[in-house]
Write a protein that binds this ligand. Structure first.
Ligand code: M6R
Length: 616
């Protein structure tokens, strides 16, 4: 998705800071990049399709003047193909106003036609150029930049986060958001706006989060936020506990590898301050206000999410059913609107999202709330829309996840869901103190049990499996029970970064169709650690073997039965069954990573993908 940076400072040249912010936003996925400065009463723009390095080469050729205010943008094409002319920033035809924008303006065709009738000539196919011209028209009428912004956004239907500046309004910038994220950073020598916090961590740790419909006027020394009705809003600064280093590669070749290896710490940070071994109580922070009585009253739990978070949701449902005996359902958030309307008063809905900005998940959350339901958000980004709008919040403490392929967020989510299941189980008296304590001790132990997964011996085994997998065009992932969502997640990781077609299936389903794919050399990855479905999974492996298929198995190191069947073993330590997904997913993440590496794929920014999908 597009990334935005806007900055105004009291002294110095702000452009390098904007470029640093843009580089941090690269992870969101983009096809072109651009910047604009306002200096000496002139707006100047440089923009290029391709990577930020192409923009930097352009800036080296055609230098921009030193400036106190600038905007920058990474574009993920929606209206108009990736090309220099479609890259942001966009100006009005008289070069008086410049805008960077993330989102989709649904009525842009009508607006563009109306402006064309007035004689406006467009130089791009984007919806954003329409915004720049609307803003310029309003500015001519009002002479006030904020009033012009209000007038312009009043005509927009759709989603936007935008930052703008204008000739004649030096030192001032305006911003607006509706259904696309935007944060405001407050620093000693300036004010900054961006699509997310990591883009500004090199400038400040103090943030304000714009709510839907709000607008903002900011200078280097001050800022004013207005609600949708244009009323001044007072808002406290929030301190971000992420560091700039956490958003850097730190010596790793890829963010994905760094984030996979951070998972033991993610588990510890997400869980260990939330329980005491002595009392067995799980407590979440102030954002979570549900009482034991509330949890006892719930008749069912609903889980919703997208992508990797959806796979975590499937596991959350199973954990809660098991530990709290509470019936549940899991829905892909984008399907919720089309599902039957059930009573919300007796249900609790858990919405899971790493970014807290996924449009499908936010839409589902708002719909649940409108129907009178209660929402618990499980989210990694403090201040994100989900974190702010959910009725109750459990933060996962993963630190910024930059790789487009989600890894550590999954482990953070599973950890939070496990704690939630114990909390509900204890509240509903389905778990006694001893059982609750034992479950928490199990979780604590997993932190060190993950260590062998990062040792050279494991790496050798995974690399051999990746060498085998890399030339294949298709692959099945199988698992049963708690291991089925792990198979889904393994398949998603492989397909999104290596582009090898991969499908996850419940192992029992294989005989009902997918088995037709299996012939000599066809790869099947089976998640085959001990548990209630172990024996049946072994039978499924036999079925693959009998047809000449090649088996790659996630299995316990000492498991001779699996070793006798599989061509490749991805070894994992033995842990309690409910926690096995946390451990078993790691070799599958590494398998995808190593396979993509063999194939020379762009691991952190796979084609067509965006880190945070902020459109439905
Ligand atoms: O930020 P979210 O957790 O809401 O994101 C959901 C999905 O877009 C995300 O998990 C996506 O599927 C990843 N690329 C998976 O690796």
């Amino acid at each position: 998705m597009c990334g935005i940076v806007g900055a105004v400072v009291a002294a110095g040249d702000v452009l390098p800071e904007v470029l640093t912010g843009l580089r941090t936003l690269e992870y969101r996925g983009y096809d072109s990049a651009g910047v604009a400065v306002l200096a000496g009463g002139l707006l100047e723009v440089r923009r290029k399709s391709g990577r930020i390095s192409a923009l930097e080469a352009e800036l080296a050729d055609r230098r921009l003047p030193s400036a106190l205010q600038a905007v920058g943008h990474t574009r993920w094409a929606t209206h108009g193909k990736p090309a220099d002319r479609n890259a942001h920033p966009h100006r009005d035809q008289d070069n008086q106003v410049v805008v960077v924008h993330n989102g989709i303006i649904e009525n842009f065709v009508e607006l563009r036609a109306e402006l064309e009738k007035e004689g406006v000539a467009f130089s791009s196919e984007t919806d954003t150029e329409v915004i720049a011209n609307l803003l310029a028209r309003q500015l001519r009428a009002t002479g006030d930049l904020h009033a012009a912004l209000l007038g312009a956004i009043d005509q927009l239907h759709g989603a936007y986060a935008l930052v703008a500046m204008a000739v004649g309004h030096e030192g001032e910038m305006v911003a607006a958001r509706r259904d696309s994220p935007l944060v405001l950073g407050v620093g000693a020598g300036g004010r900054f706006a961006a699509s997310d916090m990591p883009a500004l961590l090199h400038l400040t740790r103090d943030f304000l989060f714009l709510e839907n419909g709000e607008t903002c006027v900011f200078t280097a020394e001050s800022h004013r936020i207005f609600d949708a009705a244009g009323k001044l809003v007072s808002r406290d600064l929030a301190k971000c506990d992420w560091t700039p280093e956490q958003a850097e590669k730190g010596g790793y070749p890829h963010f994905m590898l760094k984030e996979i290896e951070e998972q033991p710490d993610v588990l510890a940070r997400t869980a260990f301050d939330r329980f005491r071994d002595s009392t067995g109580d799980v407590t979440f922070e102030d954002g979570f206000q549900l009482t034991d009585e509330d949890l006892r009253r719930a008749a069912r739990l609903r889980f919703m999410a997208m992508g990797t978070s959806f796979h975590a949701a499937l596991l959350g449902q199973q954990m809660t059913a098991e530990l709290a005996r509470l019936p549940g359902e899991t829905l892909n958030a984008s399907e919720f609107l089309y599902s039957p309307r059930l009573a919300e008063e007796t249900a609790i809905t858990v919405i899971i999202s790493q970014s807290g900005e996924t449009a499908d998940s936010l839409r589902a959350m708002r719909e649940v709330k409108e129907r009178g339901g209660t929402v618990i958000g499980i989210c990694n980004v403090q201040g994100s829309t989900l974190a702010r709008e959910a009725d109750h919040l459990i933060l996962t403490h993963c630190g910024p996840e930059v790789g487009v392929a989600s890894t550590k967020a999954f482990v953070g989510q599973l950890t939070a869901l496990y704690l939630l299941a114990i909390r509900i189980g204890r509240a509903r008296e389905e778990l006694d103190l001893d059982k609750g304590l034992a479950l928490l001790r199990d979780l604590r132990a997993v932190r060190t049990q993950l260590d062998p997964l990062f040792e050279p011996e494991t790496h050798v085994a995974i690399r051999a499996a990746a060498d085998f997998l890399a030339p294949k065009s298709s692959c099945l992932f199988l698992g049963r029970g708690l291991l089925f969502p792990v198979a889904l997640e393994g398949a998603l990781k492989l397909k999104e970064i290596s582009y090898i077609h991969a499908e996850g299936y419940p192992a029992g389903e294989m005989k009902h169709g997918p088995i037709a794919l299996i012939d000599t050399d066809f790869p099947v990855v089976v998640v085959a650690t001990p548990g209630r479905a172990y024996k049946k999974t072994l039978s499924n492996m036999e079925e693959v073997k009998a047809r000449g298929g090649r088996l790659l198995a996630v299995a316990c190191r000492e498991d001779e039965k699996v070793a006798a069947l599989a061509d490749f073993i991805l070894p994992v330590p033995s842990v309690p069954e409910l926690l096995a997904p946390i451990v078993n997913v790691v070799p599958l993440q590494l398998l995808a990573y190593e396979t993509a590496l063999v194939l020379g794929c762009d691991i952190d920014q796979p084609r067509n993908l965006a880190k945070s999908v902020t459109v439905e």
